[in-house]
Design a protein around this ligand. Structure first.
Ligand code: CU
Length: 174
């Protein structure tokens, strides 16, 4: 009987603590192409030591594309130049996930779009945070940030953006 009551009490305690847990902070934004058409969705979720990024889109050119976090939550022009350069903390910015001296916080792995133009991916970056901390730049700083998809793949080495070319899709993270 005592054991049974203890089990009930611990079950109640477990239930109350799990109800008290808050879900992790996240932001979901529309992904737009150069014509301003919404072609998908980007979600960034705060994770211990970084962020989890989910990209879901349709209507992109098939194949490999560079993808980075850019400085500002501004996708207002067709070339997406208003989004600024990559998110960074140190200058000069050295780009490239395969570059030994890199300090480019906006760096991300390439995206592969299927032959039907669709893509769904989740990945993790330890180079930025959603809200700050860990001495890494915050995506949700005063002017926000943007996820930019480029026309070509990022070679992860050459400056300033690994040869990724034009900006073809943009999501304002704010
Ligand atoms: Cu970029």
């Amino acid at each position: 009987m005592l054991l049974k009551s203890l089990a009930v009490v611990s079950a109640l305690l477990w239930a109350s603590t799990s109800f008290c847990q808050t879900s992790p902070a996240s932001r979901t934004s529309s992904l737009k192409d150069a014509k301003g058409t919404v072609i998908g969705q980007v979600t960034v979720t705060a994770a211990p030591g970084g962020v989890l990024l989910r990209v879901e889109a349709k209507g992109l050119p098939p194949g490999w594309h560079g993808m980075h976090f850019h400085e500002k939550a501004d996708c207002s022009d067709a070339a997406f130049k208003n989004a600024g350069t990559h998110v960074h903390q140190k200058t000069p910015v050295v780009h490239g996930l395969l570059n030994a001296g890199a300090n480019d916080a906006g760096d991300l792995p390439n995206l592969f779009v299927a032959s039907d133009g669709s893509v769904t991916v989740e990945l993790y970056s330890t180079l930025v945070t959603l809200n700050g901390g860990d001495n890494h730049p915050a995506l949700l700083d005063s002017d926000g940030s943007a996820l930019i998809i480029h026309a070509n793949p990022d070679d992860y080495q050459t400056q300033p953006i690994g040869g990724a070319g034009a900006r073809i899709a943009c999501a304002a993270i704010q």
